[in-house]
Design a protein around this ligand. Sequence first.
Ligand SMILES: N[C@@H](CCC(=O)N[C@@H](CS)C(=O)NCC(=O)O)C(=O)O
Length: 222
Amino acid sequence: MNIQRITLYHFPMSRSARVKWLLHELLDDDFDVHPVALYQGEQYGPEFLAKNPNHGVPVLEIDTGDGPPFTMIESGAMIALLADCYPDKALAPPAQSFSTARADYLQVLHFATTSMDMMLWQLRLHNDLFSGEDRDERTIARYREKFASEVEPQLKARLQATAFICGDRFCAADCVVAHNVIWARMYDLCGDETFSRYLATVADRPAYRAAFADRNQFTPAP
Ligand SMILES: N[C@@H](CCC(=O)N[C@@H](CS)C(=O)NCC(=O)O)C(=O)O
């Protein structure tokens, strides 16, 4: 089955920016972006909930020209699938047989979209989105400490050894890890010079610049 057209439902700087970045890497500008007004609650409208009952972006519609488009609602799955669907772009180690490169890539990708993401989400909720009694300073302190003492050293060691997160070549996992590093910096994490160098390296990529061209439209609080 061939992919005819891809539509990404997107909000600037959010988790959909990871997918937008990878799409620019793979397809240049040859896909559609549908903005979702998260701060106005568009994600709770019936039309959006029919696409994603979890009321979040990214949502990816993959049109194969054979019936209605297939809908995806998890950024990690989108990244893994898309990188595999365009093997000529070589943004993921091939899956055909076991390789330590593939195992490491998948592990980093899933670490970034689950463990690391969970900590950043707690920071976002309690710093930017909750107010009053819902905002819990102890949760902020707990996850800041956990991120700084557990996550940062792991990422730093990798980025001191190689230019990119899984080695000397850029791969799809960089779209998630670098997005998470940008996100962490909103909370004064990942301040080390190693992360500045990493972000400067990926920021040279045209696809990165295209993906984050809308970053000025983002404000942390609704
Ligand atoms: N696990 C999902 C999480 C998606 C998610 O929570 N997206 C946020 C933006 S970063 C969102 O759209 N939130 C709006 C809401 O929950 O109402 C993924 O990574 O795709």
